[in-house]
Design a protein around this ligand. Structure first.
Ligand code: AMP
Ligand code: GLY
Length: 421
């Protein structure tokens, strides 16, 4: 099979490494890819939002399976465009990807179908929103831009003043553009966070092994929210009992709700959960694999990913068993100094070879460029240094040993992955 991966980050590199394990995969392309991906797949210079050229490339090259990994092209109907051209594609249609692309949609869905989530109000007007937080006067309070905002559209305001500033910057200054035309203001929840990625064909839902992301930029969960600074799998807080509760109260009801709304979801549905004292609640849905969750979940996948993608597309997911390796995996993201605010690019990276240098480690490339036999930084999150081992402690120690071998000026990473709630 000829497969086309759409995307350019560490998640896509992890997907590519897994697809390469499949005997069915004879040719792999990635558009636009990155430096590390160019060592594993043929990279094609087409932007992730360029539906027309993406479809043309797929037709010209007789692609058998297109895999749309990032949120923006999913929300924009990239899967629909492939399907309309007769090309099989993995990922939700735009009308289902809205579960991530609009927080107003997802919150209203959860309310309508009694899926546990934080209490909330929706506003399309800054004045009313400000009035609400002032009258309510409960802090911390969470302010969320409705639309996609590179994982940065959520502000946890510790004071009413902070909430007012967040509302103004989202709704008046349009910090996230049209994504901030509407906002959600919601109750602050507490408890360990869990990411559960699932495969679903719209009928049945099969959870992958659990994981835990570390979203803040610095150790001890300090600093700004980022796209994710590291992950571990399994998530130590996610017991089998909690998994059963989530299946009955969250996963199945969400799949059913999307069907009832005429928006069947096919692809990878990501549940961002918080294990609150009142039970598991949904913090967010993503219509795709998480990044860097994919980097710890996929190395643990035993079943052929191509078979799973085909079963999802053909709506026969219930027929296949999905198997996982026991043990654990850890991923430490090496980022550019200054990320997530501003950072330099084009800095040479030393100490990389294609396979990682520590046993059982694997280096997924996120923001890298490959030129004349050398790797350079080209983004905020640069590498996802990952290791698999029988226990989480061993996986973490192998991942950090692998990090120690890699150098670039300004490199920044967290030292406490797997250690905080
Ligand atoms: P999101 O982009 O919706 O995942 O939000 C980013 C992060 O903000 C989450 O991973 C949580 O750590 C935090 N967060 C979002 N909503 C809430 C909430 N209602 N209560 C507490 N923390 C939250
Ligand atoms: N790591 C969080 C996300 O992919 O949204």
């Amino acid at each position: 099979m000829k497969i086309l991966m759409i995307g350019s980050g560490g998640r896509e590199h992890a997907l590519i490494k897994k697809l390469l394990e499949s005997p069915k995969c004879t040719k792999l392309y990635c558009a636009p890819g990155n430096g590390g991906i160019s060592r594993d797949a043929e990279v094609v210079n087409i932007g992730v939002m360029d539906k027309e050229n993406m479809v043309k490339f797929a037709k010209d090259n007789e692609i058998d399976l297109a895999f749309v990994a990032p949120d923006d092209p999913l929300a924009d109907g990239m899967v629909d465009a492939f399907q309309n051209a007769g090309i099989r594609a993995f990922g939700p249609n735009a009308n289902a990807a809205i579960i991530e692309a609009s927080k107003v949609f997802s919150k209203n869905l959860m309310k309508k179908y009694n899926i546990p989530t934080a209490k909330y109000e929706v506003f399309d007007n800054a004045k009313k929103a400000i009035e609400y937080v002032k009258i309510h006067n409960t802090t911390p309070v969470v302010v969320k831009a409705d639309g996609l905002a590179l994982g940065k559209g959520v502000i946890i305001a510790q004071t009413v003043d902070e909430a007012v500033n967040a509302i103004k910057s989202i709704m008046e200054d349009k910090k996230f553009g049209a994504s901030g035309n509407n906002i959600v203001i919601e109750e602050f929840l507490t408890g360990p966070e869990v990411s559960v990625l699932t495969f679903t064909d719209g009928k049945c839902v099969k959870p992958m092994v659990s994981s835990k992301d570390h979203k803040r930029a610095f150790d001890n969960d300090e600093g700004l929210n980022t796209g994710g600074m590291g992950t571990v799998s399994p998530n130590p807080y996610y017991t089998d009992e909690i998994a059963d509760v989530c299946m009955e109260t969250i996963f199945k009801p969400t799949i059913n709700a999307m069907n009832r709304e005429g928006r069947p979801f096919k692809g990878c549905l990501y549940f961002g959960l918080m294990l609150t004292p009142n039970g598991p609640k949904v913090i967010e849905y993503n219509a795709r694999f998480g990044d860097p969750e994919a980097q710890v979940v996929l190395p643990r996948l035993k079943t052929d990913l191509v078979d799973i993608c085909e079963a999802v597309i053909d709506e026969r997911l219930s027929d296949i068993d999905i198997e996982w390796y026991d043990g654990a995996a850890a991923c430490v993201v090496m980022a550019s100094g200054g990320y997530p605010v501003s950072y330099k690019k084009g800095i040479e990276i030393f100490g990389l070879d294609d396979n990682g240098q520590v046993e059982n480690s694997i280096v997924y490339h996120a923001g890298t460029k490959y030129e004349d036999g050398k790797f350079y930084t080209s983004g905020g999150r640069v590498l996802g240094v990952t290791a698999k081992a029988p226990t989480l402690d061993e996986a973490l120690s192998a991942a950090y040993s692998a990090v120690d071998k890699i150098r670039f000026d300004g490199a920044h990473f967290r030292h406490d992955i797997g250690k905080t709630k």
